[in-house]
Design a protein around this ligand. Structure first.
Ligand SMILES: [Zn+2]
Length: 466
């Protein structure tokens, strides 16, 4: 039976590519809500295209007021939910292969915003369902494909859906990498701050700042130091360039020296892949021959608790890990220093073993000891589906059968569509070793991976819904 299904998918490869391209032509970036379009015109348009595509294939579809759409294989009880999304992040700049909404195939790769995240996988799932339908494979239970339109901005679309429908026993989302992601770390976020009386003694830091958003490792940072020359700062800058790997550029400005730092951006869940420019700058500033003042002391405390290069929260006293989810990560996404105060924002991804006692309480004590306050702490529960669940075993089996590679489960710091769905996992459609440039310029989907994905999905559906 699988041979026939695989063959059908192979014969419909080109049509599948055309359908992915059709969806990629729609700029489904979240916009202002309009009547009947909670996320604006783009996402609603992409949903309409996808649902009409499914309808033309003969499926029963349902539009949940343009929050999500649903495609059903049959009218029996739903056993399995496949969750994909049609919204995309903004196109940004730097595209070289094609324009972001003019999909183009080059060397077996389909380039377009959304090709890999997540329109390609959405269409692959739809084609798996279509193959089963056209070949008349009997299913005792239903599989429902959910096409969401707000995954990139907080998944409020699923909240709307699950306020109306219950979750079936099993669900997976083809919106990550193979093989199976069964653990998503929890999140811990907080701000810290300190205030003091302005000191007029020179040399002094007038301002220092780096980072714009909590979930990104700051790539750039800058500071102005009054009463110090470029020459006086030069040696320290070179020493910290060596120590941190960030690039320091000095220039004379307003009776002092302006310091620009270039590090490396990365997602907050993988701080080790970045180079935090804000923390590199803070450490360098503390090493300059500045006049003593309270502000400088507080900044020194920050560098002690959150030293550059420590993405695991070791110095902060919160480093921890467990077998199923791996190690905690900690990112300082924003750091701002002025004449009378400083402020920073923490984004930490925590393993299943983390709790209030070993996170916020430890941090609060540690910061308090150094004259810094912690505020706005929030903790998001981790997600964990046991590796021996029937769904996980089925997906791994399908993966091994189709790719010939050993299947395994992994944990990630980011959250997917199934974060709040019991028994849910992320499965495909990217291969870990390929960088699909998701969220960046020249995003692409490997066409062969989409076809392979569909082959895995037919196996998963048959085995779960038979
Ligand atoms: Zn996605």
């Amino acid at each position: 039976m699988y041979k026939a299904l695989d063959q059908w998918l192979e014969e419909h490869r080109e049509e599948m590519v055309q359908d992915i391209m059709r969806l990629c032509r729609v700029r489904s970036v979240r916009g202002d809500s309009a009547p009947g379009m909670p996320y604006g015109e783009g996402p609603a348009k992409a949903l309409e295209e996808a649902l009409s595509m499914a309808r033309d294939m003969g499926f029963c579809v349902k539009n949940y007021e343009n929050y999500v759409g649903a495609v059903d294989c049959n009218d029996k009880e739903t056993e399995l939910l496949i969750l994909a999304h049609l919204d995309v992040v903004p196109e940004g700049t730097g595209w070289t292969v094609t324009q972001p909404y003019e999909p183009k195939v080059v060397d077996g790769r389909l380039y377009a915003r959304g090709a890999a995240d997540d329109k390609g996988p959405a269409v692959a799932a739809l084609y798996a369902m279509r193959a089963l339908r056209e070949l008349g494979v009997p299913l005792g239970r239903n599989v429902r494909l959910i096409l969401g339109t707000d995954e990139e901005c907080g998944s409020s679309d699923l909240k709307y859906y699950f306020a109306r429908e219950s979750a079936p026993r099993y669900s997976f989302s083809p919106d990550a990498s193979y093989p199976v992601c069964n653990v998503e770390k929890g999140g811990f976020s907080a701000s810290f701050y300190a205030q003091w009386e302005e000191s007029a003694a020179l040399p002094r830091i007038v301002y220092a700042r780096g980072g714009h958003t909590s979930n990104v490792v700051p790539r750039d940072a800058e500071a102005l130091v009054e009463g110090l020359s470029v020459q006086q700062a030069e040696q320290t800058a070179r020493a910290f360039e060596e120590k941190t790997g960030a690039k320091f550029t000095l220039s004379a400005q307003q009776g002092g020296v302006h310091i620009a730092v270039l590090g490396e951006g990365a997602h907050a869940s993988t701080p080790e892949k970045g180079n935090n420019a804000a923390l590199a700058l803070a450490e360098m500033l503390c090493a300059l021959p500045l006049a003593p003042c309270e502000g400088l002391e507080r900044l020194r405390s920050v560098t002690k608790i959150f030293p550059h290069g420590d993405g695991a929260g070791k110095a902060a006293g919160v480093a921890q890990s467990d077998e199923i989810s791996g190690a905690l990560t900690l990112n300082i996404g924003i750091l701002e220093y002025g004449l009378t105060g400083l402020k920073g924002v923490i984004d930490s991804r925590v393993p299943v073993c983390a709790n209030e006692d070993n996170m916020s309480k430890v941090l609060e004590r540690r910061l308090m000891h150094e004259g810094i306050s912690l505020s706005g702490t929030a903790m998001r529960a981790p997600h964990h589906t046991p590796a021996d669940s029937p769904l996980v075993r089925t997906l791994l089996g399908a993966y091994e059968e189709v790719t010939g590679q050993k299947g395994y489960c992994y944990s990630m710091g980011g959250g997917t569509y199934v974060h709040n769905i019991e028994g849910g996992v992320a499965f495909g459609c990217a291969k870990g070793e390929v960088d699909n440039h998701m969220h960046g310029p020249d995003e692409f989907a490997v066409i062969e991976d989409m076809v392979e994905g569909a082959r895995m999905f037919v196996r998963a559906i048959v085995r779960m819904c038979r």
